[in-house]
Design a protein around this ligand. Structure first.
Ligand SMILES: [Zn+2]
Length: 47
């Protein structure tokens, strides 16, 4: 089996509620690497 990069990789952008750091990951970060604050999924905040 080959781990072929998939263009449809479900990466999402997350924003720290504490310091505003933006990170892109395929899983929801538990906390901010910089300040330990809560991360929110930016895609979920769109109205
Ligand atoms: Zn932070």
């Amino acid at each position: 089996m080959h781990n072929v990069p998939d263009l449809s990789t479900p990466e999402s952008t997350y924003e720290c509620l504490g310091c505003g750091t933006i990170v892109t990951a395929d899983t929801h970060p538990v906390e901010c690497d910089d300040c330990g604050g809560s991360m929110r999924d930016r895609a979920m905040s769109l109205e």
